[in-house]
Write a protein that binds this ligand. Structure first.
Ligand code: ADP
Ligand code: TPP
Ligand code: MG
Ligand code: MG
Ligand code: MG
Length: 335
């Protein structure tokens, strides 16, 4: 595949840009210096045929089809600058989008990053955000290939992720069939626990708070699930029950979860006890873990790390635990 490396504005050998005094704002250096700081010294993988600097990027699509998704993060709705470092926010923004690519059974090939920045924002915050976004983009096997920077009243991060199916069929929400096994890759409930701890100002469970600040999707488990014959898949952004309900509705099936395998860890139980909250509720309805949930034919061998959590029955879009409906809202609601 031809790579127009000579068109990349900054040759990759150039060193990363120097740190600035935190009192220097984005208004002090302006849009183009800010973009310069975002792209300079970055090394792109071979899938980036043309990196930032021209009117658009060119990303390889060897499969001939491009998987595309976008999720945006608003200050004080999705993150708080007093709860998370800019680096962690950057990592989470990429993880949230990369998880949607993995949930289709695809591999990430590139991320486009659109930033809305208040004029008074310190350049060092944007530098750290970029560090986090790059760190996670590389973990996902891809790179930041372009973006946009505009002035805004609050910090806004809008990411578009691109992915490659490598010749496989996409794993849809609509493919679950009665008799399938429901399986989970990753943890559910830890991010919700971390959020509750931050809301309460309780710093006693740092690992749970870290899970909220920096969800770590198992990107490779999406393609592995597709190869193993997954019939449906989603990432858990709104909550296990909410996201499984999307699958159940799209597939025209019911899902019944097995309470035994959803037993909270000691850590989750201790955090819930100390806050007077319910750990099982975090597991069932807490969002933002970006774990993958999917359905597989009962004859399939689950890929590494996936564990069975329930089964698919015939029906019409409901999710139950041991046959009982889940009380309250099934997950996060934005409005
Ligand atoms: N404003 C919009 N215009 C068009 N499609 C949208 C819009 N918002 C969401 N969607 C689509 O609706 C579907 C569900 O969105 P969402 O619940 O945000 O998915 P996810 O939880 O995986 O991020 C996705 O296919 C998404 O692309
Ligand atoms: C300050 C703050 N308050 C609340 C939350 C909790 N929260 C915000 S969005 C969300 C769910 C997922 O968000 P959404 O934007 O709907 O992502 P998508 O489903 O589109 O991937 C949760 C649990 C948070 N992360 N930060
Ligand atoms: Mg979304
Ligand atoms: Mg999403
Ligand atoms: Mg999703």
């Amino acid at each position: 595949m031809r790579r127009w490396t000579h068109c990349v504005v900054h040759p990759k050998k150039e060193p990363a840009i120097d740190a600035l005094d935190p009192s220097v704002t984005v208004a002090d250096i302006g849009e183009f210096a800010l973009i310069d700081r975002s792209v300079r010294g970055r090394v792109h993988p071979p899938s980036t045929l043309l990196g930032p600097g021209d009117d658009a990027a060119v990303v390889a699509a060897p499969d001939g089809r491009v998987v595309a998704t976008t999720d945006m993060l608003m200050q004080d709705k999705h993150f708080r600058l007093d709860w998370s470092s800019p680096r962690d926010i950057g990592r989470k923004a990429i993880a949230q989008n990369g998880a949607d690519i993995a949930a289709m059974g695809a591999r990430c090939t590139g991320f486009l990053v659109a930033l809305g920045c208040p004029s008074s924002l310190s350049v060092s915050v944007v530098d750290e955000l970029n560090e986090g976004m790059w760190e996670e983009a590389v973990r996902a096997g891809a790179a930041v290939v372009g973006g946009d920077v505009v002035g805004s009243t609050q910090l806004v991060i809008s990411i578009t992720a691109l992915g490659d199916l490598e010749g496989r069929r996409p794993v849809l929400r609509s493919g679950a069939r009665p008799g399938d096994v429901v399986a989970l890759r990753g943890d559910s409930g830890r991010s919700a626990a971390g959020l509750a701890l931050l809301e309460a100002g309780d710093v006693r469970f740092p690992e749970l708070i870290l899970s909220h600040r920096v969800p770590q999707p198992h990107y490779e488990s999406g393609p592995a699930a597709a190869i193993a014959g997954a019939t449906s898949m989603a990432d858990i952004s709104d909550g296990l029950v909410a996201d499984l309900t999307h699958i159940a509705e799209a597939s025209g099936v019911d899902v019944d979860l097995d309470s035994e395998v959803l037993t909270p860890s000691d850590e989750l139980n201790s955090a819930a006890e100390s806050l007077g909250l319910d750990a099982l509720q975090w597991i069932l309805t807490g969002g933002e873990d970006h774990a993958l949930v999917g359905t597989f034919p009962s004859t399939a061998t689950l890929p590494d790390g996936w564990r069975r959590i329930g089964r698919v029955t015939g029906g019409g879009g409901s999710v139950t635990v041991e046959g009982r409906p889940v009380e309250g809202t099934p997950g996060w609601t934005s409005f």
